[in-house]
Design a protein around this ligand. Structure first.
Ligand SMILES: NC(=O)c1ccc[n+]([C@@H]2O[C@H](COP(=O)([O-])OP(=O)(O)OC[C@H]3O[C@@H](n4cnc5c(N)ncnc54)[C@H](O)[C@@H]3O)[C@@H](O)[C@H]2O)c1
Ligand SMILES: O=C(O)[C@H](O)[C@H](O)COP(=O)(O)O
Length: 384
């Protein structure tokens, strides 16, 4: 069996080595000729998969080691009898930690002693938005949830949902929807001039879903008007050819790495391995945990009550701080459009190892029960 796999999927040899020959390819711009003789194709979000790539090939199984599936023509795969699997939820915790760290930096920027003073509107309450809401609620934030498809489906049985307009009235609005077009509640350019007009300089807008959910031209125009909101973008229209003039105008700019914790990436590989094993009728023998190395930072100790006052935010930042990623993206925003696009992909390909909070044990001395609960809410292990 020949498995053609994106070179940026980690641990492909460890998970898939027993199945057959593996050929690593660059996912961006993958050609039909490169996959024609493959049986299995494993991709990430940068490869468009559909008729153009696969018609006439031997491919019988396609796996994407990602949550998002907007790069896949799922209907065509089904018609062509090609089995498809994605990795729902694989990096949801990673994205939730990214947003928490952005929130922490935002509270610091605004000089807030208590970050839970901020109200947070979450748009798209699935695996990512749901995980984020869970953490924020346990931390004591007031959270508003906006998810019209879920509201339609769950009605009175679901949680209380608000409209997009109500979510956009929160101090922080964070977008976690898939990219959809031509359907009810489609998200393409869901946040456009009208929605942006209502945001003020007292607000933060975060997008860690897909770039096309915000209308870039409208955002750039809004940021040139009086009282613009602060903006943190992890995802962009037309990646990797992102708009450098937008980068200049926003507060935090990262190269689509919110989901790039090692745990999140490896779970993505594990989930498509499980799906392929099932498709082939083979037992699932491997687990992501067996391949995760010891983290470089495994323990953080707070030894005095004074340190504990800001302990959560300090610990969070030790695990992940978006500002170095922002700095790296800004340094590659020079040169030609080609060079910038190559730089964007390079930052993603060579992304440093980032571990989730669950890989760190926090030691607290004489801490309050509520501080302990907060550490647990974020995901840290605790030693009292
Ligand atoms: N930045 C990153 O690194 C990163 C990482 C993971 C996922 N993502 C993106 O985030 C998206 C969400 O991930 P998920 O795991 O939560 O997916 P999910 O499918 O579990 O949840 C998506 C939620 O969005 C809701 N939704 C759909 N249309 C909506 C609309 N118009 N308004 C409000 N809500 C709407 C759905 O009902 C669903 O509950 C993915 O599709 C992917 O594109 C980005
Ligand atoms: O959908 C996802 O899972 C994320 O957006 C994922 O982090 C994308 O990473 P990529 O496939 O572009 O490397």
């Amino acid at each position: 069996m020949l498995i053609v796999a994106d070179e940026n999927i980690p641990l492909v040899d460890s998970f898939f080595g027993d199945f057959g020959e593996i050929r690593r390819v660059s996912g961006r711009g993958l050609s039909a000729a490169e996959v024609r003789d493959a049986d299995v194709l494993l991709v990430r979000s940068v490869t468009r998969v559909g008729r153009e790539l696969l018609e006439g090939s031997r491919v019988r199984f396609v796996g994407t080691a990602t949550i998002g599936t907007d790069h896949i023509d799922v209907d065509w795969l089904e018609q062509a009898g090609i089995r498809f699997a994605s990795a729902p939820g694989c990096n949801a915790n990673s994205v939730a930690e990214y947003v928490l760290s952005v929130l922490s930096a935002y509270a610091e920027k605004r000089g807030l002693e208590d970050w839970t003073e901020l109200t947070v509107g979450i748009v798209g309450v699935g695996n990512v938005g749901g995980e984020l809401a869970h953490k924020l609620e346990r931390l004591g934030f007031e959270v508003r949830l906006c998810d019209p498809p879920r509201a339609d489906l769950e009605g009175e049985d679901g949680p209380e949902f608000v409209s997009l307009e109500q979510a956009l009235a929160c101090d922080v609005v964070t977008l976690h929807t898939p990219l959809t077009r031509d359907q009810q509640h489609a998200t393409y350019h869901m946040v456009g001039a009208e929605q942006l007009a209502g945001l003020t300089s007292d607000q933060l807008l975060v997008n860690a879903g897909r770039g096309e959910v915000i209308d870039t031209e409208a955002l750039r125009a809004r940021l040139d008007e009086p009282n613009p909101p602060l903006v943190a973008l992890d995802v962009w229209e037309r990646e990797p050819r992102i708009d450098p003039s937008l980068v200049d105008r926003i507060w935090i700019a990262t190269p689509h790495i919110a989901g790039y914790s090692l745990e999140g990436k490896v779970q993505g590989t594990e989930m498509i391995y499980q799906a392929l094993s099932k498709y082939l009728g083979l037992p699932v023998r491997k687990k992501s945990g067996q391949f995760l190395p010891e983290p470089a930072l495994s323990k953080v100790a707070f030894t005095s009550a004074a340190e504990e006052a800001d302990a959560i935010r300090v610990a969070l930042r030790l695990c992940y701080d978006p500002r170095p990623d922002d700095g790296r993206l800004r340094t590659i925003m020079t040169g030609s459009a080609e060079e910038r696009a190559a730089g964007f992909d390079r930052l993603r390909r060579n992304y440093p190892v980032r571990r989730e909070c669950s890989s760190v044990t926090v030691q607290l001395k004489g801490s309050s029960k509520s501080l302990q609960d907060s550490f647990r809410a974020v995901g840290f292990k605790l030693k009292i």
